[in-house]
Design a protein around this ligand. Structure first.
Ligand SMILES: [Zn+2]
Length: 449
């Protein structure tokens, strides 16, 4: 049975009476915000230095004590923290609270070596819920909305982060997690979900399964998608919006800093508001470590201002982006992080050209005769890296024309990204579908080479 849209059954529209979830914080004048940040920065440095021996030793070595922090510019004297620090001090070495004072532990799947473990006090969890609720509200979600949460639950922060935020907002949460895609489609229709939380690649997998079942999700109650946890292109946004009949919103976060909700697009969708009352954002030159002027692309560095359990000083995210403090039409005063192009670790160097998988995605998605499912296979031949793009033909495209499709794709990747690739067109359904974070790159290069 076809579900009616929320508008058809007379439920509130996205323009609810309250414009902001936390109006005072979200629209705080920037001067006041800076004063708040300075006080919190000093507290956060004190928390780290008093309770984390590693951080104290580093601050000592840099010759800085918390009381030296007299302006936000003094931030630049602080040492960086790297992802490897979390591994090197596994599991709790960077925590500023003993384990029995924590309320939650999360951990990332360690693809190489030990996982990275992050901890939260009850207050940290509460702040996280607030910021995630702010993010959902900014994207147009409101109390009473059914929120279908297809982020993975468990040690990954995506599922529980979205869950607590949607509850804090006053939403009706469907704690679906990833997988059982047919069932996801049925429940989205039957429970009349207005908001979908998922990775963008999994949202696309849900759309595909729905289409195969003859279910048109464009007629469902879904209106908003909160998509994150992997880089995705504007082309992918348009594809998802067309197939699900929704507005797709980009949300950013990382477990080392908090989890989802560190930054999120508002309804203007011209950059992601980074919540500056809880975090300090910098962009640095990834090679020299020097701060870059506003607007220049570089590595995003985040310092936590309120985290009790795991205060992070100048954490290098490895995400490449730009920031702007220009006013946003929504009235929020917090800076905006422009779309994250990719993570430093994901960058491929193909014959001397730096390429992010999302740049190739931008060429693939929406091209005629191919479906938006792809993987990049990287191999070493001699001294050079070679990339093969495996991409699926769109349903109905005759196998006899795959060679022609392949040449067309290779030509467009060459002219738009500037690299030569092999393109292998596969039959529909042959590229693995993700249920969480998509595997975009299969790296067959020898390890440590
Ligand atoms: Zn805005």
């Amino acid at each position: 049975m076809g579900a009616l849209s929320n508008a058809e059954v007379g439920l509130r529209s996205t323009t609810g009476s309250a414009r902001y979830f936390q109006p005072d914080a979200e629209t705080m004048p920037r001067e006041q915000l800076a004063a708040l940040q300075l006080g919190r920065l000093r507290d956060s440095v004190r928390n780290a230095c008093e309770h984390v021996p590693v951080q104290r030793a580093r601050c000592d070595a840099a010759g800085i004590v918390p009381d030296d922090i007299r302006s936000l510019a003094d931030l630049q004297q602080l040492p960086f923290t790297l992802k490897s620090d979390l591994r090197d001090h596994y599991p709790f070495g960077l925590f500023a609270r003993p384990c029995h004072e924590l309320a939650r532990l999360h951990a990332s799947s360690g693809t190489t070596g030990k996982p990275t473990v992050v901890g939260y006090t009850a207050q940290d969890i509460s702040n996280w819920a607030d910021l995630m609720a702010r993010s959902l509200h900014g994207a147009g979600a409101r109390a009473g909305d059914v929120v279908h949460n297809a982020y993975g639950y468990g040690l990954f922060t995506g599922g529980l982060g979205a869950h607590y935020g949607a509850e804090r907002l006053g939403g009706v949460v469907v704690p679906m997690s990833g997988g059982s895609t047919e069932r996801q489609v049925a429940l989205i229709m039957d429970f009349r979900a207005r908001v979908l939380c998922a990775t963008p690649s999994y949202a696309l997998a849900i759309a595909e399964v729905a289409e195969a079942q003859g279910v048109d999700l464009r007629t469902s109650a879904l209106e908003i998608g909160m998509f994150g946890a992997e880089p995705w292109s504007q082309a992918m946004r348009l594809e998802i919006e067309a197939r699900l009949g929704i507005k797709a919103v980009d949300i950013y976060g990382l477990s080392e800093i908090m989890g989802p909700g560190v930054a999120c697009e508002c309804e203007c969708r011209s950059g992601l508001h980074g919540w500056e009352d809880h975090f300090l954002f910098e962009v640095i030159d990834p090679d020299s470590g020097q701060p870059l002027p506003e607007g220049e692309a570089g590595e995003l560095v985040i310092t936590t201002l309120t985290k009790q359990a795991l205060p992070m000083l100048r954490y290098r995210t490895r995400d490449i982006t730009r920031i702007t403090t220009a006013p946003c039409d929504c009235g929020r005063t917090h800076l905006r992080i422009l779309r994250v192009t990719g993570r430093n670790d994901d960058m491929l160097i193909i014959r001397g050209v730096n390429v992010y998988p999302s740049q190739i995605e931008a060429v693939l998605v929406g091209r005629p005769r191919i479906a938006p499912h792809y993987q990049l296979v990287v191999e070493r031949r001699g001294k050079l890296d070679h990339v093969t793009i495996e991409v699926e033909a769109a349903p109905g495209v005759d196998a006899s024309s795959y060679g022609d499709v392949s040449r067309d794709v290779a030509h467009h990747v060459k002219s738009m990204v500037g690299v030569t690739t092999n393109v292998h067109v596969k039959a529909p359904g042959e590229i693995p579908r993700s249920q969480g974070k998509a595997v975009r790159v299969r790296d067959l290069r020898p390890k440590g080479a």
